[in-house]
Design a protein around this ligand. Structure first.
Ligand SMILES: *[C@@H]1O[C@H](CO)[C@@H](O)[C@H](O)[C@H]1NC(C)=O
Ligand SMILES: *[C@@H]1O[C@H](CO)[C@@H](O)[C@H](O)[C@H]1NC(C)=O
Ligand SMILES: *[C@@H]1O[C@H](CO)[C@@H](O)[C@H](O)[C@H]1NC(C)=O
Ligand SMILES: *[C@@H]1O[C@H](CO)[C@@H](O)[C@H](O)[C@H]1NC(C)=O
Ligand SMILES: *[C@@H]1O[C@H](CO)[C@@H](O)[C@H](O)[C@H]1NC(C)=O
Length: 354
């Protein structure tokens, strides 16, 4: 079970139309189980619509995937059993802090994409919705960093030459194409697959400097009465004026664009948690920031008497490119909290190259 649901992080050769690592059930009418959140926010032009592979196609492609250094080079960590059952507990707090790393020694902001973050998301998907990811993040390069927000939540890509942060809720809705196949995938030999269109709600975009301390928080808040819950996604510079904080509030899943679903539904009980360097089009060690250190806390609501069963964390997926940063993980927990520290640092020799 845990192998099946583990985040699959490092990806295949790029066929821009089909994203085989996004395995999920083929039938759109059943709640879906998402295998990986990655690959949907590529540089602009590759991301407008996408299809998902069946679990069978996914497993058939996995041998090839294991061998490849394909320049997407994502690194992710998460609990070994993937999720914690804390999504129905107003008062729960997921929080993380990191220092903004130095800019990479070498990067191209037109072609490369950096999303470096602590995130939570839900793998179980209601009918008509896909992905459901709270992903406030550190960004650089060609990135989905803005949105039209209410009412259409159209995502917008920007080219950022310096680090920025911003709160983000990323999700996808069915395409409006009659064939239900992404336009780029219209090949008679390609089977019908659900086609999805990315959507996003974004908070303020804030420039940040290397060395600044940034905090991300996710809280489930009970508003006025038991039936009224909302998630708050915040990211900002610790100790700074409130104008350097970015906020998204989600009163209903998918910002209300998927009907008949609410945060109290069973689908949202199990919260997947983790951190990623979700970077695209990296070619050498120096395309990474030299170091990434993040401290993450999961805190059950006060007054919990039961003990939460905390997992060890692990690197999800393998490192496929020899020059990727080397990582270390350490965790400590109490009955109602867990703290995890992840370091991903380039080795001196890799960093000295080129
Ligand atoms: C973000 O999108 C909004 C709405 O379309 C727009 O008004 C704003 O100027 C954009 N911000 C940036 C930094 O592009
Ligand atoms: C599909 O079209 C309908 C009607 O024009 C619109 O309300 C909806 O937002 C569209 N869906 C997407 C995913 O763009
Ligand atoms: C359609 O798919 C087949 C089989 O995958 C492939 O050989 C062919 O080149 C594709 N055609 C186009 C126009 O993409
Ligand atoms: C949450 O995940 C556990 C396995 O970790 C599973 O047994 C349980 O049924 C899931 N809960 C819901 C509401 O889907
Ligand atoms: C991460 O790096 C910091 C600063 O170098 C160090 O204090 C800490 O022990 C490291 N943690 C792990 C898990 O390697």
């Amino acid at each position: 079970m845990s192998a099946m649901i583990s985040i699959v992080c490092v990806l295949l050769a790029v066929s821009t139309s089909c994203m085989p690592w996004l395995a999920c059930a083929e039938e759109e009418h059943k709640p879906q189980w998402l295998s990986s959140p990655l690959g949907m926010r590529r540089p602009q032009g590759q991301s407008n619509e996408f299809t998902v592979a069946s679990p069978k196609e996914w497993s058939e492609s996995s041998d090839a995937r294991k061998k490849e250094c394909n320049h997407e080079a994502h690194l992710c960590v998460g609990p070994s059993h993937d999720h914690y059952p804390l999504g129905h507990e107003p008062g729960v707090l997921f929080t993380a802090r990191f220092r903004v790393p130095p800019l990479p020694k070498s990067y191209n902001s037109q072609t490369m994409t950096y999303y470096d973050y602590f995130n939570i998301f839900w793998r179980q998907q209601p009918k008509g919705g896909f992905m459901n990811q709270f992903v406030p993040q550190l960004m650089l390069g060609n990135v989905l960093a803005n949105s039209s927000n209410y009412p259409d939540y159209e995502p917008k890509w920007l080219v950022l030459d310096e680090w920025h942060i911003g709160a983000q809720y990323f999700f996808a809705l069915p395409c409006n194409t009659t064939s239900e196949v992404a336009p780029s995938d219209q090949n008679a030999s390609v089977k019908r697959k659900p086609c999805w269109k990315p959507k996003a709600a974004t908070g303020k975009l804030i420039p940040v400097k290397p060395g600044e301390l940034v905090e991300t928080t996710f809280t489930l808040v009970q508003v006025t009465n038991v039936d009224d819950w909302e998630w708050h996604l915040q990211m900002g510079v610790v100790g700074a004026h409130p104008n350097r904080w970015s906020l998204v509030v989600s009163r209903v899943p998918f910002m209300g664009l998927v009907k008949n679903t609410k945060w109290q539904d069973d689908n949202y009980q199990n919260v997947t948690v983790g951190s990623c360097l979700e970077n695209y089009n990296m070619y050498v060690a120096n395309n990474y920031p030299s170091t990434w250190q993040i401290s993450m806390d999961v805190i059950a609501p006060a007054g919990e008497s039961r003990r939460v069963s905390w997992d060890d964390w692990r690197l999800a997926g393998d490192e496929h490119c020899s020059w990727q940063p080397k990582t270390t993980l350490a965790s400590v927990d109490g009955s109602s909290w867990q703290r995890v520290i992840w370091n991903a640092t380039l080795t001196r020799s890799d960093h000295a190259q080129q």
